[in-house]
Design a protein around this ligand. Structure first.
Ligand code: NAP
Length: 242
């Protein structure tokens, strides 16, 4: 059976993506780092809507944890494979570069970018042998235009977009697509401390987006209808490009 794995599925965009993929018929693996209560709530919501879900906690920034978690799941599911991977888990540690600490740089790069390498390389093996897969990477407007105070985060998200385009070319012949979604300002825990009233004046649509509006793009990219779209970045930003 084909499963979908969503990193950072406990809250925010990841929760909405779990619900979307479950509605598309995938049993969903809900990854999270520490917030088990939120992950259980995502599982409950998936099941309430008639879907199937399992929790899969691991820290995406720690290679050994990533590989151990996937190996353990695969041993318990010898007939199944992870056919849809959504690399969504992410953090931000904003500061002007002059004040940025080593840990702000390293933790953002490890969580938002290196995690992509650790997990995708491991999951790709089965996608290649089964000759079908969908990979969606959660980038950001910040990785396209660059945002002051986010050199770490913009670097990680821009690199993720480059990796998306490169990997798309490597695996296209095996019916595996690799795309990115680049949200603008979306109402989640990550943005709850931002001055929404000020920021929304810059957004042509005039408001922050919802997690469901981002999940809709992920759902499309993982569908059979999107088989001819790969190496693409879909912005979900209410028209805020510059
Ligand atoms: P959020 O509400 O802060 O949720 C973050 C999620 O990532 C949580 O599920 C969290 O798990 C998980 N996570 C964080 N570090 C992890 C780690 N080391 N290992 C495993 N899971 C980890 O964030 P969000 O707003 O939904 O953002 C989701 C993605 O979209 C991120 O990549 C973010 O950069 C991107 N994005 C967001 C926006 C926005 O406006 N919200 C805009 C552009 C891009 P726990 O619950 O266990 O902590």
């Amino acid at each position: 059976m084909r499963y979908a794995l969503v990193t950072g599925g406990s809250r925010g965009l990841g929760r909405a993506v779990c619900l979307k993929l479950a509605a598309q018929g995938y049993p969903v693996l809900i990854n999270y780092k520490s917030n088990e209560e939120a992950a259980l709530e995502t599982k409950r919501l998936v099941e309430e809507a008639g879907g199937q879900a399992e929790l899969m906690p691991f820290d995406v920034s720690v290679q050994a944890e990533v590989e151990a978690a996937v190996d353990k799941w695969q041993d318990a599911h010898p007939e199944d494979y992870i056919a849809v991977l959504v690399n969504n888990a992410g953090i931000r540690r904003d500061n002007l570069m002059i004040f940025m600490q080593d840990d702000d740089w390293n933790s953002v790069l490890n969580t938002n970018l290196n995690s992509f390498f650790f997990l995708t390389r491991r999951v790709l093996k089965n996608m290649l042998s089964k000759r079908w897969g969908r990979i969606v990477n959660m980038a950001s407007l910040s990785g396209i235009k660059g945002l002051a105070g986010q050199t770490n985060y913009s670097a990680a998200k821009a690199a993720l977009i480059g990796a998306t385009k490169a990997l798309a070319q490597e695996v296209a012949a095996r019916k595996i697509t690799v795309n990115a979604v680049a949200p603008g300002f979306i109402a989640t825990d990550m943005t709850k401390e931002l001055p929404e009233d000020e920021l929304k004046k810059m957004i042509p649509v005039g408001r922050f987006g919802t997690p469901e509006e981002v999940a809709a793009a992920v759902g499309f990219l993982t569908s059979d209808e999107a088989a001819y779209i790969t190496g693409e970045v879909i912005s979900v930003n209410g028209g805020l490009y510059t």
